[in-house]
Ligand binder design. Structure first.
Ligand SMILES: Nc1ncnc2c1ncn2[C@@H]1O[C@H](COP(=O)(O)OP(=O)(O)OP(=O)(O)O)[C@@H](O)[C@H]1O
Length: 261
């Protein structure tokens, strides 16, 4: 099957400046994210995973290089264009969840829909239907602080999906969850991916990484290796876990390698 790149980064660099100090967080990265793929990004703490997600999603500006969405260069977009892009084309699940504390859960989920100009009643109906799909409909009128961490995480996913984005970015969406809630979140992401939305997820968890069609390993701000799989199937889980463990722990050379189911 021929895959199309929905996102493409070319010679991408990000340098953070703090006072007189400069830190090169992303260094000359060339990377394709394929349409319809469940892409997982792994790497040690501080290796640049979240930074890469920010740059690919247009959430933060690049230092040098180029970023393309469906062959359209987005790093040169005006503020209005990039905000439009973020509202309509991507959904972002933040590492820190980031729900607005004084809005009810359903209003949090609806907010990007209102920003996109949707009719209030339509957006709210869609928010409720997403909540139902995620088994949090009962939390509709509560404030985020009145719900559990797992419920907040699912609300953050629903918020990322409200405008039917083409790419969903998820930064450690299972990081703060127990096993059961973590699996529920992964099943939701796998489910939307099966329906055609591209997913790009950062994780430290090998079990979560098993959902990948393509695993990108970042080391010291660079792509150190890529591992490719068939679509996720629970039957192949033990083999996948082993392959990923060997890959990330450096027992395998980190070049592009295809793992047969
Ligand atoms: N705003 C900033 N200013 C300066 N340095 C930053 C900034 N944001 C991130 N960094 C640095 O850039 C590097 C990459 O950070 P990033 O958050 O992308 O890492 P990460 O791989 O996602 O880490 P973790 O797994 O711990 O979340 C780190 O060394 C971090 O300290």
């Amino acid at each position: 099957m021929n895959k199309h790149a929905i996102l493409h980064a070319s010679n991408l660099c990000k340098t953070y400046s703090t006072g007189s100090e400069q830190f090169h967080a992303i260094k000359n990265v060339d990377l394709d994210i394929y349409e319809g793929d469940f892409t997982v990004i792994m790497g040690n703490s501080g290796s640049g995973k979240s930074t890469l997600l920010y740059l690919l999603s247009g959430l933060d500006g690049i230092t040098t290089g180029e970023v393309y969405f469906r062959s359209q260069r987005i790093d040169t977009y005006s503020e209005k264009q990039i905000s439009n892009f973020r509202t309509h084309k991507i959904g972002y699940i933040y590492q820190s969840i980031n729900l607005v504390p004084d809005l009810s859960v359903v209003e949090n989920i609806s907010l990007p829909g209102y920003i996109a100009g949707g009719k209030k009643s339509d957006v709210r109906a869609k928010a409720v239907s997403l909540m139902r799909a995620m088994d949090i409909e009962g939390q509709k009128d509560r404030l985020p602080a009145q719900t559990s961490g797992g419920q907040q995480q699912r609300a953050a996913i629903a918020r990322a999906l409200i405008n039917d984005p083409e790419v969903v970015f998820a930064d450690e969406p299972t990081g703060s969850l127990n096993y059961e809630h973590g699996m529920a979140v992964l099943d939701i992401l796998t489910g939307i991916n099966r329906k055609g939305q591209s997913v790009v997820m950062v994780t430290h968890d090998i079990k979560a990484a098993c959902r990948a069609d393509r695993l990108v390993y970042i080391h010291d701000g660079k792509v150190a290796g890529i591992l490719e799989f068939e679509k996720y199937d629970e039957k192949t889980l033990p083999g996948r876990e082993e392959a990923i463990f060997a890959f990330v722990s450096g027992k395998e050379q980190r070049h592009v390698r295809r793992v047969e189911a």
